[in-house]
Design a protein around this ligand. Structure first.
Ligand SMILES: Nc1ncnc2c1ncn2[C@@H]1O[C@H](COP(=O)(O)OP(=O)(O)OP(=O)(O)O)[C@@H](O)[C@H]1O
Ligand SMILES: [Mg+2]
Length: 314
């Protein structure tokens, strides 16, 4: 198999160890046949805007006709969803319907899974992140991810955790610039007040809720245009959850957010738009209904949506 790996992405996934088997098989065409795929082998030096205010306008993410496989198992079929610029889109649906898979496709992480393949397009402001001309590192920088379980580098200081992504994406910055960035990102992630006096302490010494906000700060440091969050509060207590939800309400002024949640109250509190995924028995997942969150919860069009948001199944 050709070495299609990306050192930076691999480092994030495996703690620095490059896997010996490289997973990406290719991308399937509309008829399901595998097409050659050229993930961008980017090790370039990226230039980042100096402040959030200097970043590009808010970005729209548009998934078109996404079909996904693990081996021969099709888990999503022709899923299309526009995630509007400057809004929070919540992905809801029962376990196993493909929400996490869909999220991973939105920043090219699906291709890290052995045997994974996909068809369709993901347009970031009109440009397909899977186009051969697009660099893998750039897609992951522009579209950040926060996971269910907080995953800071535990022995690394809080300060170094925040700027860890700079090294991984090949960005060089002066000490002063790093200091500013660390403060700005911790403020935006709602953690600055709690940690400003102990930035040199290890990230692993923080509480779970603080660690999750540290991970959000780390994501923000590379100036993403979209932040993907896969059940970011499911391992947290109600107070930490509330702090993160408040943080999201501020963040969305700078970054388009897509969040997976099993918590229907949370979906209603944090999201502008909502998409309901479902996988019927032995069938791939698809979107039953999507639209403004208020309408999805108060006047759903599909009876299955009404049953799900009403807590009658899933
Ligand atoms: N690495 C993998 N290898 C093979 N199959 C996988 C892999 N990851 C997920 N799947 C399968 O893909 C389907 C969708 O899984 P996914 O994790 O996307 O669901 P989900 O909606 O996020 O579920 P949950 O709410 O439990 O997190 C499931 O049938 C699952 O078993
Ligand atoms: Mg999931």
């Amino acid at each position: 198999m050709t070495d299609h790996s990306d050192n930076h992405a691999t480092a994030i996934r495996s703690g620095g160890q490059k896997p010996s088997i490289l997973p990406w098989r290719g991308r399937r065409g509309a008829n399901g046949s595998l097409q050659a795929q050229q993930p961008g082998l980017g090790h370039d030096t990226l230039s980042l805007p100096a402040t959030m205010a200097d970043t590009l306008p808010l970005a729209e993410l548009d998934a078109r006709e996404i079909t996904a496989w693990f081996g021969d198992h099709m888990v999503l079929e022709r899923v299309s969803l526009t995630m509007r610029a400057g809004e929070v889109t919540a992905l809801i649906g029962p376990s196993g319907c493909g929400k996490s898979t869909f999220l991973r496709i939105l920043n090219r992480m699906h291709q890290l899974v052995p045997g994974a393949a996909l068809a369709g397009e993901v347009l970031l402001d009109g440009t397909d992140i899977y186009d051969p001309s697009q660099r893998l590192t750039e897609a992951r920088r522009q579209i950040g991810m926060v996971f269910q379980k907080p995953n800071p580098f535990p022995a690394m200081s809080i300060y170094d955790n925040v700027i860890a992504g700079l090294k991984l994406t090949g960005v060089k910055a002066t000490r002063g610039r790093k200091d500013d960035l660390v403060e700005e990102c911790l403020v935006k992630a709602g953690l600055w007040r709690e940690v400003s006096g102990r930035l040199r302490q290890p990230g692993g010494a923080l509480s779970g809720g603080q660690q999750q906000r540290l991970c959000i700060a780390r994501s923000l440091a590379v100036r993403p245009r979209v932040l993907l969050m896969d059940e970011p509060c499911s391992a947290l207590d109600p107070t930490s959850t509330r702090v993160i939800e408040e943080t999201l309400a501020d963040l969305v002024k700078d970054v388009t957010i897509v969040i997976v949640t099993h918590n229907m109250q949370q979906a209603q509190r944090v999201s502008n738009e909502c998409a309901f995924f479902l996988a019927e028995e032995n069938s791939p997942g698809y979107i039953v209904e999507h639209g403004p969150t208020e309408a999805m919860f108060n006047s759903p069009q599909d009876p299955r949506t009404a049953d799900y948001v009403g807590g009658r199944f899933g």
